[in-house]
Each structure stands twice: as C-alpha cells, then as structure tokens.
Write a protein that binds this ligand. Structure first.
Ligand SMILES: Nc1nc2c(ncn2[C@@H]2O[C@H](COP(=O)(O)OP(=O)(O)OP(=O)(O)O)[C@@H](O)[C@H]2O)c(=O)[nH]1
Length: 206
C-alpha cells in the first residue's frame, strides 16, 4: 500500500474545497465551512496499485500571500495549486505559491530528474465570460515552474478533475520511487565507503 499526501493551496474562495469534494464525492457542494484545516482520507487504486490518499485542505487566512504555507510545504508529496480564472489576484497568488514550493522543495530534484509533483488548476471555467486570466499565460506559468496545468469547473466537471488528480498521483508515485532509489543508492554508496575505509585501513596497517 502506498501512502500519498497532497496539499491544496490557493487564495481564499478560489474553490479548493469545491475541487477536492468534486474529486472525492463526484458532487458539487456550493458552500463549505472554511474556518478550519481539513484532512481528507480516501483509499483508491491506480494502475492496479492500492493507495492511501490524504489531502490537506488548509483554511485560508487573511494576508494570504504566505497563507499557512510552511506546514503543508514540508508535509506533502504533491501539490494542487488552485486559482480562480475570473480573479487575477488569485492567479498572482498561485504563482507566488509555486515559487515558494520550488524554494522549499526544489532541492529534492536535480536537473533532468523528476520534478516535485504539482498541478496548477484554473478553477471556475464556467465563469469564462468574466475571465481575467488567459489559458496561455497560465500554461506559460506552469511551464516555467515545470508543473501540470488544467482548467476546470468544480461546479460543472467531474472527469477533468478526476483526471488531474490521477495524473498528479502517478507523478507522486514516480517521485516517491525516485526518492527511495536515491536514498538506497546513497545508502549503499556510503556503506561501500565505510567498508572501504575499515578494510582499506586494516590492509594498510598489516
Ligand atoms: N461558479 C463557480 N463557483 C465555484 C466553483 N468552485 C467553487 N465555487 C464557489 O466559490 C466559492 C468558494 O469555494 P470554496 O471551495 O469554499 O473555496 P476555497 O478555496 O476552499 O475557499 P477557502 O476555504 O475560504 O479558502 C463558493 O461559493 C463555491 O460555491 C466553480 O467551479 N464555479
């Protein structure tokens, strides 16, 4: 069983809870209590592998540019960063969050290796008549931060939201495997170094 921990980040009212609840229950619920942090758990299967999914949905705070980022930034294996396509400020905040994720967790990857799994999500696509963020600029931001991108409407879609979570969880599994392999490799390298030091020295002293 693989444990996967995701964090939902974004501006207040961007639709984080709506996107998550749509994924978990296939339903859209208009209003959510937003004054407390929530941790959702679900067991599911992807590509025949059993997963324990945990999703942290932190309550937004005023003065949101730093939200309550530190905790989920350290805790999560992957991130869903949500903005509202009809609210430019929420997009600027999302870009800021992408930067903070890269600053905090970017050290886990080297050039050409698996990037931290993140999906930038433009929610409220049904409000495209009052759009303030184009798909192109959001795609460019996703490209710059090497993350997935998807526009959705929690109010109207299920499939696109399910697909983005599935894609992100596949990426998380790949990233966890990469990290485990790297730990094993550096562990066996330091063991080889230790053996070499011990036996090398002995041989010298004989
Ligand atoms: N039109 C439209 N409204 C949406 C959509 N998703 C969410 N909303 C509405 O946007 C408002 C905020 O949604 P939430 O899911 O509570 O947003 P949040 O990001 O979790 O907000 P906080 O918990 O305060 O951080 C609610 O009134 C939702 O009904 C959507 O796709 N389309």
């Amino acid at each position: 069983m693989t444990d996967i921990k995701l964090a939902l980040l974004g501006s207040r009212g961007a639709g984080k809870s709506a996107v998550l609840v749509r994924f978990l229950t296939k339903r859209f619920i208009g209003e959510y209590a937003s004054n407390s942090n929530s941790l959702y758990r679900k067991r599911l299967s992807i590509d025949g592998r059993q997963l324990n999914l945990e999703v942290f949905d932190p309550c937004s705070q005023t003065g949101e540019s730093r939200c309550i980022l530190e905790e989920p930034l350290e805790w999560a294996d992957g991130f869903v960063v949500v903005y509202n396509i009809s609210d430019r400020t929420s997009f600027l905040n999302a870009k800021n969050i992408l930067r903070q994720i890269k600053e905090t967790r970017g050290g886990e990857t080297c050039k050409g290796e698996v990037d931290i799994p993140i999906c930038l999500v433009g929610n409220k696509q049904d409000l495209c008549h009052s759009r303030q963020v184009t798909e192109e600029e959001a795609r460019a931001a996703a490209l710059e931060h090497k993350c997935h991108f998807q526009e959705v409407s929690a109010a109207e879609d299920y499939l696109e939201i399910a697909n983005l979570f599935t894609k992100l969880m596949r990426h998380v599994m790949e990233h966890l495997k990469y990290r485990a392999d790297r730990r094993r490799y550096s562990g066996s390298k330091s063991m080889a170094k230790l053996i070499n030091n011990v036996f090398g020295k002995r041989r010298k002293s004989v």
